[in-house]
Design a binder for this molecule. Structure first.
Ligand code: KIV
Length: 282
């Protein structure tokens, strides 16, 4: 059996110029499918707050939620590097970060954590990495700060772009093994990718990143309506699911499902015995 991808493998992929695919997964069966498809890195992203739990933002998620979904993913995963998001406010202080990291790593069994933020969280990244926790950074559009920064393209101006470069360097310096760059100009993402020795994983950050990450529901077309610009629907699974369920409901309604193929039977003598004395027996 193939062994599990490690953070060293991911760094090697960058040094060898191999692009790194990553996708979110939130449960057992999606982890199985992602790995069968050959994806080496899975993110148990807090986007699950929206696409699985139906919240409007990622903010309501708790450490317990991330642990539960990480456990499901880990049961389906044998070869991917599984990175788990630390949720909003669960790493507000170094002590909070250590407590949350311990729980997600020990109870959720993920192999690495992702934290949003730059220079200001560098001491936390250093502390966690020194304690043996691989950390992936996350810069640009950071959904946990959406009420402060919005959900638009980030770092378009010189000062903001310079800050993002400094943030990325601070994360690398603090020991992060990779950094997600979300919804920033492609030129800036390419520049950061050249500057860093650790891999950049882009989402809405152009083709110059070392890898790409996409949300499960986006790549598979599970939702109706317009997808965000950074998403590409590689399939329309949502439509296929709806068609299948419509057919199922119709066949049940018409008495066409289940058929003999889905049925088990009693031996005739047992049926006769059971029917004895029943008023509605045939
Ligand atoms: O939660 C998530 O899915 C993410 C990706 C969009 C990078 O953070």
């Amino acid at each position: 059996m193939a062994r599990r991808t490690t953070v060293a493998d991911v760094r090697k992929m960058k040094s060898e110029g191999r692009r790194i695919p990553m996708v979110t997964a939130y449960d057992y069966s999606s982890a199985l499918i992602a790995e069968r498809a050959g994806v080496p890195m899975i993110l148990v992203g807090d986007s699950l707050g929206m696409v699985v739990h139906g919240h409007e933002t990622t903010l309501p998620l708790r450490v317990e939620d991330m642990i539960l979904h990480a456990q499901m993913v880990m049961r389906g995963s044998q070869t991917a590097l599984v990175v788990v998001d630390l949720p909003f406010m669960s790493y507000a202080t170094e002590q909070d970060a250590v407590t949350s990291a311990r729980r997600v790593m020990q109870e959720g069994r993920g192999q690495a954590l992702k934290l949003e933020g730059g220079v200001e969280i560098a001491p936390i990244v250093r502390r966690l990495t020194e304690m043996g926790v691989p950390v992936m950074g996350h810069l640009g559009l950071t959904p946990q700060s959406q009420h402060q920064l919005g959900l638009r393209v980030q770092a378009r101006e010189v000062n903001a772009a310079r800050k993002l470069i400094d943030d990325a360097k601070a994360l690398e310096e603090a020991g992060a093994f990779a950094v997600v760059l979300e919804v920033i100009p492609a030129e800036l993402a390419a520049l950061v990718s050249r500057e860093l020795t650790i891999p950049t994983i882009g989402i809405g950050a152009g083709a110059g990143c070392d890898g790409q990450v996409q949300v499960w529901h986006d790549v598979l077309g599970l939702f109706e309506g317009k997808s965000p610009r950074h998403a590409y629907r590689f399939a329309e699974i949502g439509q296929q699911m709806e068609q299948a369920l419509r057919r199922y409901a119709e066949e049940v309604t018409l008495g066409q499902f289940p058929t003999e193929a889905q049925s088990a039977h009693l031996k005739p003598d047992i049926l006769t015995e059971l029917e004895k004395g029943l008023s509605k027996a045939k």
